[in-house]
Design a protein around this ligand. Structure first.
Ligand code: CP
Length: 307
């Protein structure tokens, strides 16, 4: 039995297979529509979500399975003090696979060690968000045809943004990737991540100005400032509009640069950018469903060749 805690839990070869499967699902939805008949997915979300929870549910329903779960810790027995390890023992009796989001870093990992079913980390605090990373990688691979030879800018809240941390981890395994970290001083990328990059001789630079680096980028990954992880509201208000991507800044970019965003967007991408063909953050959402379908099939060890 396998769990998914980090994007590194799959080898690069295994990711290739997963993405091939996701692309096949995209082309042949009907072929997979009964692949999970009789199977149940539990979504245990101790933190708010729109995309991750609903895309998991949509993925399982599209595979012919069923879904159950909770979307708020206060509507579960966590409100009465039940531990994550006890909760997953219950969920193991009710479902075949579980996607869990938790504000505490490492909580899905703790759950996985007490689980009889595969557990998927659907976001743990400021730590990792592996299925968002699978979504990001599938989007890039599908639209660009490769996952190597890119200069990628990651912009916004690089301190608390778990999607950024997961994506850097994952892209570090591909050839000729250069990272450009664009953030205010207070929201710089954590040192343990830049230390890792140094150890692997992966080139990166840190800058404050987005305009300055726009012409260099093949990919721009925008993120929102993570209000829920700030200790005080004043700091959040001061930093929340530090970057706003608009048409003027897009005019500095390469004609084929892609703009990604894990969403939700708050104010960091002006709606005027949505019509730009380089803005692919809504396409990304659709890829998120295909890749979660592929992930469910893989972790449940469904024989897709017999479909
Ligand atoms: N991208 C993402 O994790 O969105 P949600 O918080 O809505 O799930």
């Amino acid at each position: 039995m396998r769990h998914l805690m980090s994007p590194l839990d799959f080898s690069v070869d295994e990711l290739e297979k997963l993405f091939d499967l996701a692309n096949d699902i995209e082309k042949n939805r009907e072929k997979y529509s009964h692949a999970c008949n009789g199977k149940k997915l539990a979504t245990c979300f101790y933190e708010p979500s729109t995309r991750t929870r609903l895309s998991f549910e949509s993925a399982m329903l599209s595979l012919g399975g069923s879904v159950l779960g909770f979307s708020d810790a206060n509507s579960s027995s966590a409100a009465k003090g039940e531990s994550v390890s006890d909760t997953i023992r219950m969920i193991s009796c009710y479902a075949d696979i579980c996607a869990m989001r938790h504000p505490k870093e490492g909580a899905p990992m703790v759950a996985s060690t007490h689980s009889r079913i595969p557990v998927i980390n659907a976001g743990d605090g400021g730590h990792q968000h592996p299925t968002q990373t699978l979504t990001d990688l599938l989007t890039i691979r599908s639209l660009k045809g490769r996952l190597n030879n890119f200069t990628i800018g990651l912009c916004g809240d690089l301190k608390f943004g778990r999607t950024v941390h997961s994506l850097i981890n994952a892209l570090s395994r591909y050839d000729n990737i250069t990272f450009i970290f664009v953030s205010p001083e207070e929201l710089r990328i954590p040192e343990y991540i830049t230390d890792n990059l140094k150890e692997q001789n992966i080139p990166y630079k840190e800058v404050i100005s987005l305009e300055e680096v726009m012409p260099e980028l093949d990919l721009l990954y925008m993120t929102r400032v993570q209000r829920e992880r700030f200790f005080n509201e004043e700091d959040y208000v001061r930093l929340k509009d530090f970057y706003i991507l608009n048409k003027e800044k897009m005019s500095l970019a390469k004609p084929d640069m892609l703009v990604l965003h894990p969403l939700p967007r708050v104010n960091e991408i002006s709606v005027e950018v949505d019509d730009d063909e380089r803005a692919v953050y809504f396409k990304q959402v659709q890829y998120g469903v295909y890749v979660r379908m592929a992930l469910i099939l893989t972790l449940l060890e469904i024989d897709v060749n017999s479909l």
